[in-house]
Design a protein around this ligand. Structure first.
Ligand code: GNR
Ligand code: NI
Length: 166
């Protein structure tokens, strides 16, 4: 098990569109393990493969209080969504930034689990937000792209300055 490096905004690799996973094999299972320790270490409630520079359709989420309820989504598809909710979002790729984003309230998702078995899930609240946030990563989209250009530029410049000063 290894803690992986997380790409930081505005790294252009965060805008890569992820490809479908062809087979849930030992390599994928090792990546899931490494992503899980990386997410729990950060700590975060979700992580997309894109953020660890692996451009495949894989994301993990654990919104439980006890941090022992890992959910794995491979090749996820949103097949229904309804309502709207606003949530103060953060992102491990944009450390220290929390901004309100409007998304669907409820999503119905179809995906493969870590054994390659298809499942369907209806999610609301933080889990729904997380699924949408992580699926955006797989499309090469970071949550700050929902903000105004002014806010986004301020965040971009702050991130670049942080990187310079490191
Ligand atoms: O840890 C995370 N917290 C969070 C809070 C509100 C909305 C979305 C998230 S996801 C984020 C981890 C992350 O960056 N996943 O891509
Ligand atoms: Ni994120």
């Amino acid at each position: 098990m290894a803690i992986l490096d997380i790409l930081n905004y505005p790294d252009p690799r965060l805008h890569t569109v992820a490809k479908p996973v062809k087979e849930v094999d030992a390599n994928i299972r090792r990546l899931i393990e490494d992503m899980a320790v990386t997410m729990y270490d950060a700590p975060g409630v979700g992580l997309a493969a894109t953020q660890v520079n692996q451009h495949i359709q894989l994301l993990i989420i654990d919104t439980s209080e006890t941090k022992d309820q890992l959910q794995v989504f491979i090749n996820p598809r949103i097949i229904e969504k309804s309502g709207v909710q606003e949530y103060e979002e953060g992102c491990l790729s944009v450390p220290g930034v929390y901004e309100s984003v409007t998304r669907a309230e409820i999503v119905k998702v179809e995906a493969l689990d870590k054994s390659g078995k298809k499942f369907t899930l209806i999610a609301e609240g933080l889990l729904s937000v997380c699924i949408q946030h992580e699926m955006d990563h797989l499309l090469g989209k970071v949550f700050v792209e929902y903000l105004s250009p002014l806010k986004r530029n301020r965040i971009k410049n702050r991130m670049l300055k942080l990187k310079r000063d490191r």
